[in-house]
Design a protein. Sequence first.
Length: 78
Amino acid sequence: MCLSVPSQVTQVYADATVSVDTLGVKRRVSSHLMSEPLLIGDFVLIHIGFVMNKIDEEDAKLSLALYREIVEKLEQEE
């Protein structure tokens, strides 16, 4: 099973790659599999370095809040 954390597009490049921010981790990934263009601010799901789909901003923010809550609880257990 894979867990995909929503990432926000921060930069769009002419070579069909985008920079994304995933909970503070920044990286450049491919958008070659996307049929629709991506814009700065879009939320996406990534699998093995490829954007798989764009997701709704409200859903992305809710998911990110839940992931942050999970991380906080795990850190408290340590």
